[in-house]
Design a protein around this ligand. Sequence first.
Ligand SMILES: [Cu+2]
Length: 443
Amino acid sequence: MSIQRIRNGRTRKRGAVLTAAALLGTATAAAGPATGATAAPNPPAPTSAARTTPDCSAAYRITRKLDGGTTWRMCWRYDTDAGLTLDRVTYQPPGAAAPIKVLDSARLAQIHVPYDDGGAEYDDLTGAGFGWGLQNLKPAECPGGTITTVKVAEVGDVKGLCTTTRARGHAYRMAGDGGSKVWQAQAKDLLVYTVNKVGWYEYITEWRFTADGTIGANVGATGSLSPVDYNATDGRGWPLGKGARGYATSHAHNVFWKLDFGLDGSTKDRIEQFDSTVTAPPAGGGGPTVKTKRTVVTKELAGDAKNMRWWRVVSGTGKNADGHARSYEIVPGHTDTHAGRGFTRHDVYFTQSRACEKFASNNIGGCAAGAGDSVDKWVNGETLTKPSVWVNIGFHHIARDEDQQPMPVHWQGFQLAPRDVTAMNPLTPADLASQNGQPDLGS
Ligand SMILES: [Cu+2]
C-alpha cells in the first residue's frame, strides 16, 4: 500500500510502492495543495558561496581522460526527487593548464506526463516517486564501465550508476590537398547514466561528455506502456493488438532539465538570444541575404524556439586564448511543445537563481506561499544576474504496435555545445595548430 508522506508541506507517495496506485489517478492528489504545514519563508537569492557545492570525496568523483587528451571531472550525488545530479562539472582540453569550470549543477527538473484525454497527469519526479525507483544495473548494461552503488534514502543500496565510455565514430576528418594525407580521429565519449522506474515506464537519464567539449543530456523512455490505459475508445489513442481490441491512450512526456552554469568559476553568466532573418533574393539578381541579430537577455525569460533562433550562456569573466568570451550554446533536440500548461508552453526558461525553485512543476522546494509552483511563474521580471537555465523537451507519445514488448527506447534531449571555450578545436593536431583564423589556402 502507498505510504503517505508529508514533506515540504506536500502529501507525496513513496515511489518504491507506488506504481499502479499513482497511475490509477492518485497523482492529482499528490500534486494537490499543501496540507496545512506552515509555508517556509521566501528564501533570499543564494550567494555564490551557497551555490558552490563542497568538494566531493573520491567515492562521488568522476574523472575520465578521453582519447585526444580531454579530461572531464565532476561530482555526482543522488537526490530522491531529482535522481542523478552532477555538480562541479569541469572540462580540461588537451594542453590547458587547468580545468575550465562549466556547470555548477545539472539534473532533471521534472518529467511531466499528461494524458490526451485529460484523465491523468503525472509529475514523475516530485509526484510519482522517480527517485525511489532507481534500478540495479547488470554488468551487461554498463559495457566496459563501472557500476557504482548509490545509497537511496528509505530504499537502501542500489547498484545504479554506470560510468563508461562509448565509441561515436568520427570526431573529425579533413583531407589534405597535396596528397594522401588525411587527418581524422575516432571519438569515444564519457557516458554517465542511471535507470529509474516509474510505474511501468523506465527512464534512462543519460549524460554524455565528448572530447571536443560538448555535453549531451538525454532521457530515454522504455519499459512498458501502462496497461491500465488501454481504454482509449474516444479517438485519443491508437489500437494495439489484433484488430482494434486495445487502445493505448496517447500522452506526452515533457522532460525538464535545470542547469546552473558557473563558466570559469563565476555564476554571473549572461544569456544571449540570436535570431536570423532571411530575405528573398533581390529582383535585380544576387542571392538571398541573412541578417543575424543578437539580443542580450537581461530579465527573466520564457523563451520559445523558432526557426533560426538559439541561445547561449556567456561567461561573465572567462575568455579563451583568442580573447573571446567563453560560452555554451543550447542545442535542443526535436521537441513537441505542449500547450496545455503554463510551464510546458515554452522551450527554455531563464530565471534568477533561487534555492527554493527546484522543479519545473509541482515544485517541492519550499518557496513561500504565493511564489508559484512552476517555472513559468518564476519568470516575473527579475533582472538576471545569476541565471538558472531550464530546458523543456517534449515528446507526444502516440503508441504503436512496436511499443510492446518491451518498448524500444525513445530518446529526447539536447546538447550544450562549446562556443569559443577554446581558441580552436581542442583536438586540432599539432601540424594544423597554426591555422587559427587563417586556414592554409592550400589545404
Ligand atoms: Cu509514453
